[in-house]
Design a protein around this ligand. Sequence first.
Ligand SMILES: N[C@@H](CCC(=O)N[C@@H](CS)C(=O)NCC(=O)O)C(=O)O
Length: 87
Amino acid sequence: MIDVYAFATPNSLKVPLALEELGLDYKLHSINIRKGDQKTPDFIALNPNAKVPVLVDHGAEGGPLTLTESAAILVYLAEKTGLLLPS
Ligand SMILES: N[C@@H](CCC(=O)N[C@@H](CS)C(=O)NCC(=O)O)C(=O)O
């Protein structure tokens, strides 16, 4: 299972858009950055940089993997599936 922590921002939306395009199951968690959800201890434990998006892949090789930075997440998903990027 993949968890995505995001808000209605362009950087956030890239991640569920890619997941939909790739046909991967995921659970979306709303982090309301206007209300400061990104500064809660639970979220800081996921991303000390206090920014969305964050992706946690519980089925990654070697155990759960937490990723931040939308571009890094997109490359990870492309490499995981072998889709969207040339080999
Ligand atoms: N380079 C990062 C930028 C992440 C970023 O700036 N996220 C913003 C929303 S688009 C955020 O979480 N802002 C909350 C804050 O700075 O407190 C990426 O592409 O993921």
